[in-house]
Design a protein around this ligand. Structure first.
Ligand code: HEM
Length: 341
């Protein structure tokens, strides 16, 4: 089957198959190819890394076409406005505060991931979603009420309001998808959480593996080439549209041996789940804190009383994800201690 037919199968609205076998088949034919509709699809890890960071790819060609709306949203701005707005937002919600919020996030995790002895809970809508939502709101409650100035210039009230609202929702879906997949994979082999509880130094690595294995961010937003670019044997022309398939790059066997396996102690290159270049994920630091603290909490619960998956339901299709995950703990558990930090 040719690559265009594989792509059509992948993007079909009725598609219900597992995504990764199709992505593997596409990548095996070409790590970057120009589809019949003229859009470049980049599936190889090396090409994804360099194109995501390339200054020759932008959201749109300046001066061509109407700017997308809402025009003050970080995701659709281009430099110099993007640089100014992103810097202003980073003054209001700096990455160092995202890391410093770890203790508050751990406290939320302890409340949200709690099992009565012998009880089962549905963790996706019942724990992960509320945990991520409450943690993000708690972080944003520390943002100043009026836009702070930055060396790139001050944000207007409107720019500030639109982008704080963006922060409120931008990471909910992706973080929930990553965490649900992480929990399912960690519980598939009970030795994983036992090991992480005994050696919390491995938790950050396990979180990176969770982000690589399934992050919820399947495609980058479409870019347009401002200048011709080489990609493998191909040549992207000025004006061509480019989409990086991050879910495919993250499972490129040339970068990640045995790419479909979830290996919490995997060594090797960094995934591309947060994108790259000027539009790389603004909340990456907080996403890491959220995933790490949820895993820490689960490892601590599991050490007192094993957690077992009772049932799981996954949706198919390009946005396939763990929809429902019922997890039970044993009735004869040890008493709870202060969360180990
Ligand atoms: C596992 C969790 C997350 C993943 C995988 C993820 C992934 C991404 C990716 C791939 C992009 C860039 C898209 C592109 O360039 O095409 C992005 C942008 C963004 N993310 Fe995240 N994200 C996550 C969590 C978060 C969180 C928790 C927040 C906020 C607290 C957040 C806020 C944003 C914002 C505001 C942008 C736009 C940045 C810009 O255009 O300059 N993300 N994210």
């Amino acid at each position: 089957m040719d690559t265009d037919r594989l792509l059509a199968r992948l993007l079909a609205p009725t598609m219900a198959e597992a995504v990764h076998p199709i992505l593997h088949a596409i990548r095996a034919r070409s790590t970057a190819f120009r589809a019949e509709n003229g859009v470049w699809f980049v599936t190889g890890y090396g090409a994804a890394q360099s194109l995501l960071r390339s200054p020759a790819l932008a959201r749109r060609i300046p001066g061509h076409g109407a700017p997308p709306r809402p025009e003050d949203d970080l995701r659709v701005l281009e430099p110099p406005e993007h640089t100014r707005v992103r810097a202003g937002l980073a003054d209001a919600v700096p990455a160092r505060r995202m890391y410093a919020h770890r203790a508050a996030v751990a406290e939320i995790a302890a409340r949200r991931f709690r099992w009565a002895p012998g009880a089962a809970i549905e963790v996706v809508a019942g724990a992960i979603g509320p945990y991520v939502g409450e943690s993000v709101r708690s972080l944003l409650s520390l943002a100043p009420p009026v836009p702070p100035g930055s060396r790139h210039g001050r944000l207007s009230e409107r720019e500030y309001a639109i982008n704080l609202a963006l922060l409120d929702v931008a990471g909910l879906e992706t973080t929930t998808v990553s965490l649900a997949n992480a929990v399912q994979n960690l519980l598939r082999d009970p030795a994983h959480l036992t090991r992480l509880a005994a050696d919390p130094g491995l938790i950050a690595n396990a979180a990176e593996e969770a982000l690589r294995h399934e992050s919820g961010a399947v495609f980058s937003s479409p870019r347009v080439a401002l200048a011709p670019l080489r990609v493998g044997p191909g040549r992207i022309e000025r004006g061509d549209r480019v989409v990086v398939v991050m879910a495919a790059a993250n499972r490129d066997p040339a970068a990640f041996p045995d790419p479909d396996a979830f290996l919490p102690d995997r060594a090797g290159p960094r995934h591309v789940s947060f994108g790259g270049g000027p539009h790389r994920c603004f909340g990456a630091a907080f996403a890491r804190v959220l995933i790490e603290e949820a895993i820490r909490r689960l490892a601590s619960v599991h050490a007192r009383s094993p957690l077992l998956i009772e049932s799981a339901r996954r949706s198919g299709g390009i946005a396939g994800r763990v929809e429902e995950l019922v997890v039970r703990t044993r009735p004869d558990r040890l008493p709870e201690r202060t969360p180990d930090r």
